[in-house]
Design a protein around this ligand. Sequence first.
Ligand SMILES: [Zn+2]
Length: 295
Amino acid sequence: MTEFMINNVAFKDQATFIRQGRRCATPEPNALQANRISRNRSAFRASNAEFISSSEQIIIPIRFIHIVDGANGQVSDQQRKDQVKVLNDAYGGFGFSFEIKDVVVEDNPLWFGVDFDTPEEVQMKTALQEDPTIQLNFYTANPSGGTLGWATFPWEIAINPQLDGVVLLSGTLPGGNVANFNLGHTATHEIGHWLGLFHTFQGGCNGIGDVIGDTVAHSGPNFGTPDPDDRNGACSPSEKAPVQNFMNYTNDSLMTEFTFQQKQRMRELIGIFRPKLIERSETLRSLLHPITPLA
Ligand SMILES: [Zn+2]
C-alpha cells in the first residue's frame, strides 16, 4: 500500500481516499428530484428531437474565479488555456465547446478553504458570481479534506441560482500539483454534473443507476488505472465497468469518454434548464421548443 496524498492530506491509499467520498462532493439527487427530472425530460423530448440530435455546437463561456491566499492558489494564463483545450477535446465531439469570458482573482484566506455546503461557499458565490444563465461560473480554491471538486446540477438553478457553478481544487487544473488528477479532467467531470450527468456507479447494482442506458451498471467507483478489458465491478458478469468514462473516479490519464446517451441527456438538460446558453446559435434557436420545467 502506498500512502496517497491529496492537497497535503494523507490517506492510507488511493482506495481509502475514494471510499471516503471526498473526491467529488456533488450530492446525489433524492427520489423526488429524480422523478421530476424524468418528467421534465419526457416533456422536452416530445417536441425537441431535432434539437437533441443536432451536432451544432453549444458554446459555453467560462467565468474563471480564482480564490487565492497570497501566492497560494494562483492559476496561470497557460493553465486556463490548457483547461479550456482539455474541455474542448473532451466535449467537442458531443456538441459542446468552451471559451474564456472573464478571469477574476480574489485574495481571501477564508474563502480559499471553501468546502461544499458551507457558509463560505454561499458568501463566496454571492459576492463573485455573475449571471449563471449565460455562463459557467468556474471557481478554483483549496477545499479541505481531499475534496477535488463539486458542482451544482442544472435543475438547481431555479431554486438556488446564486450557488450555480463548479468549484475545483486549483491543483487539478492542467499542470497543477495534484498527482493523478492534474490533467484537467476533474473539470470535465464536474462540468458533466453541471450539465446534468450522474456518476456512472450511482445506485450500484440496484435501482435506476445513472439513468443512462448505454453506460454499464457497476457496483461502485473505480480508481487508479484499472485495465478496461477487466470486469472491474460490472454488475453483469459478461460486461465491463466504464472505467474510461469521465463520470467515473479513475485517474485523469485513463479518462477518455462520454457515451451517446450522456450527450443526449446533457443537451436535453441545457434545453430545459439553461436555454439562454444556446441563443448565440441561430440554428439551435430555430430548433429549440422551450418548456416550463417543474422545478
Ligand atoms: Zn462527481
